[in-house]
Design a protein around this ligand. Sequence first.
Ligand code: CA
Length: 235
Amino acid sequence: MSPMPRVLIVEDEPPIAELIAVNLRHNGFEPVWVEDGAAAQRELDARLPDVVLLDWMLPGESGLQLARRWRADARTRGVPILLLTARGDEPDKVAGLDAGADDYITKPFSTQELLARIRAVLRRRAPEQAGERLAAGALELHGATHRVSWQGRELKLGPTEYRLLRYLMGHPERVHSRARLLDKVWGDHVYIEERTVDVHIKRLRESLGEAGRLIETVRGAGYRLTAAVGENENS
Ligand code: CA
């Protein structure tokens, strides 16, 4: 990361964008403001920012569509996205995280909250940018490229499933409660129900195929990733 992290602001309301830009500049960030997805894409093509602040409701492509597209693109996949939303209801926020946003912030927000969220996503991404590589048996995860493979074959994972797997692989052989996974993978969004974890564990297992067996359900306690299963399968 550069000494002054570059923040791409994608926001169609000038007063909000200007307020954010001024506050970021005063706090050691380098803000770049664009008003829509097309301009944001041009900016990303020219230079990758350290973080994107992405408004949900934009003219043309929505923030959700843009997040999904940038997550699917190998070049932009690793750039943290903080979704700005005026909507308060849970399904939309979950959809935002599913689309690949790292976090979201509900308007109106305080400068302190915004700065805290930006710093948090930058901290969370830092180990990946250093080329983190995790392995559990024949299951491998490369943080820098967001690639996951089983016995050398690449697997396709959704963004939430990727984050979930990354957390489990980073903390293997330990039982994690649903509440802990919500806290570590989804962030401090306590209103998300615990069964959301079950839904994503199910999707993760499906995406992993054979390797899905590495994720064990521990009755009454939560989930555990164990490399031992994978090793036995190979021998
Ligand atoms: Ca807007």
